[in-house]
Ligand binder design. Sequence first.
Ligand code: AMP
Ligand code: MG
Length: 425
Amino acid sequence: MRTQLTAAEAQQLILDAAVPLPPETCAAADAQGRVLAEPVVSRRTLPPFDVSAMDGYAVRSADLARAAAATPVALSVAFEIAAGGAPDRALAPGEVARIFTGAPIPPGSDAVVRQEDVWREAERARFEAPAPLAANVRPIGEDVRAGETVLDAGVRLGPAALGMLASLGRSHVTVHQRPRVAILSGGDELIEPDGDPTGGRIVSSNSYSIAAQCREVGAEPIYLGIARDRPEELERFVRAGLGADVLVTSAGVSVGDRDYVRPVLEKLGCEIVFWGVMIRPGFPLVFGRFGSHGPLDSAARGPLVFGLPGNPVSAMVTFEEFVRPVLRKLAGHPAWFRPRVEAVLGTRLRKTVGRLHLVRVRLERRDGQVVATSTGNQSSGVLRSMALAQGLLVFPADATELREGTLVQVQVLDEDFLAAADAGF
Ligand code: AMP
Ligand code: MG
């Protein structure tokens, strides 16, 4: 087992131990947020024919070449094509057809004149201007041609992609399985939110923050509950989580007498890859895996295991830095890390050399720049300063001071700081 790893070393070991989960078929209606495991190749051409983009008249543009206000051209309205209808014959020279938006233009026609520019007199239509070739016509295949790749593997399915799938006639898609994350809290002091908070008991907030972090990244949390500080009980809970893709425990990973997470995992055959990462908050992180021979693959015998520190902010920050990227990799995303912004530091920060600090900051747009300011007390037990944070500022391990006004890297936790008061038009 290794210890005192840098954050980058720890992240590398974790990501190397994971491969994307296998594909499964999913109803397109349930596929929002899922990641395509294979490209979507269209079997259809869209639109499937030249379509009118306006309510008006399908014409042969040559018939209107000399039309002008002084020399109007009157042509006979031969038939009508509604949206959803199909022309039953071609347009002959000297003829036009009444047509509606979305209807296929008839053979022989090559333009549509919108109805506002046409004077209708019984069975004839009068035109006072030429119709440019292809005017108001959406050509066949403008959107998609049969055989084209429309969406690549690795694409996260959002509203437009789901609309696209529907228009291609796809009721099912092949996506990566969603990572299932078993979550377990450990400690005699822990209660559920509706429990009695007297006598030194505290609410197991980690159960809720971690489950929410899982959902936010598209993983499925499976909450196992609170294990008391007894090895047999912890073992029973851990066993219940062995069927998941990832097992996340919190607390009990330090060097206290009642820190049973590591021994219990080892007893069950988990290889502890490392303990202790040079970051703050979150030093006592444990990473382990089952099936220790060769890289993990889909036939691995057990989950990747994260023993997160118990302090509420340490648990959340280590999840952010080490669990979230691996969940994205398992889910099939091509990029695994939070977006980062370069921000101007609004408050001076100091620390000693040795550990990377991830500082909870508020982000604000000011005069075309992003300004980062500390959200307050950075103790690993102060969940409130995490709740106020829109980002985690990267304060490198070897640095001791960041002056006000310097440019810093911030991992963006909440993009809402970019939300605008108007639409920009
Ligand atoms: P431990 O690792 O067990 O020493 O826990 C470190 C600190 O985190 C202690 O103050 C615990 O009470 C606290 N803690 C442990 N588990 C949780 C949890 N699930 N929710 C909130 N706080 C916790
Ligand atoms: Mg404890």
